[in-house]
Design a protein around this ligand. Structure first.
Ligand SMILES: Nc1ncnc2c1ncn2[C@@H]1O[C@H](COP(=O)(O)OP(=O)(O)OP(=O)(O)O)[C@@H](O)[C@H]1O
Length: 312
């Protein structure tokens, strides 16, 4: 038994036209552990949707192997697809029916009990609005209804492709809360996004790709490592800055207030400031975010679509 829910090895996808060959995914080794939210991150055109479509049997891989729940796909897809829920494109709902009615119709069509509708509505936070017509829903509510629809079959793996695309900040927060709830409930969520900072707030592990290739993978803690800078709140920032400089510590004012000190030894900060008679009221480790990490990783490479085309 494997504890990996999704695995790919040497996965490759070429799109070939008469004039050119585009390599959308190359030598991709994915390993998504069971449970929690796994971010599948990369800029537009880096191959996320293509990978997801291959996993779901919607596109054929040019080369490589894929497994879902340890079973080779697409060969054994019929055996495992019942455990997978996916929102890859916007599903079609009837605009004049309420969200609940749409879910009830769907529940009947896939042969699951009506009782699951209420659970799904509750999980995505649509309780209270579920009897309103679909056409009156905001984009965020429509997206949450799409997630509710996939929950009807109680999947163990949920694949969400850019679920916050086109949403405003409030809509993004709603989806984020829904995804967090799902991850905590034991479902494995594969969450693709090109907005790294947004995903960082919900995912426990992540895979970062660029130009169809794996750039980094691991838990968010492994990817970001320990903080090497600290924010310090002090009554007199100027006096604190000169005491720190005298002790050989580099500091600068922090946009959030106080000072940002570069060191991997927080004790050096407290020792120096206390020695100068300055008492700090707050010492906060600052970690790089995924966005910064990604930019360091790629160091300005063009990872979108343009670098991959080979003219034949
Ligand atoms: N059907 C297709 N025919 C030809 N090229 C394609 C096709 N589908 C995708 N591509 C190309 O494959 C590359 C990867 O696209 P893909 O949609 O997988 O990226 P993505 O990471 O999901 O991007 P986005 O965040 O914009 O959805 C792009 O260069 C895209 O233009």
């Amino acid at each position: 038994m494997t504890d990996l829910v999704i695995e790919t090895s040497g996965l490759r996808k070429e799109f070939i036209s008469r004039r050119s060959k585009r390599v959308a995914v190359q030598s991709l080794d994915l390993a998504v552990p069971a449970g929690g939210v796994h971010g599948f991150l990369g800029p537009n055109g880096s191959g996320k949707t293509t990978t997801i479509r291959m996993l779901l049997g919607l596109a054929r891989a040019t080369r490589g192997e894929m497994r879902l729940f340890g079973q080779p796909v697409p060969q054994q897809l019929p055996d495992v697809i019942g455990r997978v829920g996916a929102v890859v494109e916007s599903p079609k709902f009837s605009p004049n029916f309420s969200g609940r009615q749409n879910l009830q119709l769907l529940a009947r069509s896939i042969g699951v009990p009506d009782s699951r509708v209420s659970t799904a509505v509750e999980t995505v936070g649509l309780t209270g609005r579920d009897r309103d017509r679909y056409k009156s829903y905001s984009l965020g509510m429509k997206q949450r209804l799409a997630i509710a629809a996939t929950l009807l079959k109680e999947p163990s793996l949920l694949i969400l492709d850019e679920p916050t695309n086109g949403l405003d900040p409030a809509g993004i927060r709603e989806i984020r809360d829904t995804i967090r709830t799902l991850g905590e409930s034991g479902v494995t969520v594969l969450l693709s996004s090109h907005i790294l900072a947004e995903v960082q707030q919900v995912c426990t592990s992540a895979t970062i790709i660029g130009n169809g290739r794996l750039l980094a993978s691991g838990t968010v803690d492994e990817l970001l490592g320990d903080g090497t800078s600290y924010r310090v709140a002090v009554p007199d920032a100027e006096a604190a800055a000169s005491a720190l400089t005298a002790a050989g510590l580099v500091s600068a004012s922090d946009p959030a207030g106080g000072l940002r000190v570069e060191t991997d030894d927080p004790a050096a900060i407290t020792r120096t400031l206390a020695g100068a008679g300055i008492w700090l009221s707050e010492l906060t480790p600052l970690r790089p975010d995924l966005e910064t990490f990604f930019l360091q990783l790629t160091a300005g490479d063009n990872l979108g679509t343009s670098g991959q085309e080979e003219v034949r």
